[in-house]
Design a binder for this molecule. Sequence first.
Ligand SMILES: [Zn+2]
Length: 213
Amino acid sequence: MPRDPLIDRSQAARLAFFEQERDLFHDLVTHGQSPEALLIACSDSRIVGAGLLGTLPGEVFVVRTVGAVVPPYGIGQRSVGAALEFALDKLRVRHVIVCGHTDCGAIEALDATVDMQKTPNLALWLENLRPAKTSVDAHQTFADPYARQLAILQQSVLLQMRNLETYPVVQYALKNQTVSLHGWVYSLESGRLSYYDSDAGRFVVEDAQDRQP
Ligand SMILES: [Zn+2]
């Protein structure tokens, strides 16, 4: 059987990382994982969880979905719900982060026609994002297309955060004040994060002074 080039390509970096973190991996296998946060991010290949958060193995439980969508509870799409229940009920994460990103193909697809015959799952999945677009287009006008896309993206993150609150396991954790919900937007153009400031009622760009050179 021919060698798998994908395995070959990853081997050096993977084993070097394992050697570097051998003790950590040993500890995580012996004692299990105890991550602090659940990250719900887009499946986009340009988003790398560890790069986004600066974390080590064992620190963040991750769900990746197209468009960082969290479907509302009880509509038959159980993958995100299963991850939420495992993360909150079993792992007791204290933070749930929904992280959208600029230049997101899922957001851009809302302005296009997705072929229901060829890609029915994608077409139906993107409907989870559509209320964000509808809301922005109904209430705001933009001279700059990028500003409109950013507004839809931000509304989408807020929509997914509201959807989180439809899950009983999230409601229970919020009621007991054992979890905080976070909404982030990651800029592929700058590497900067914006976060939703609930007091200000808007997204705020991270403090530039906090950024490492
Ligand atoms: Zn995306």
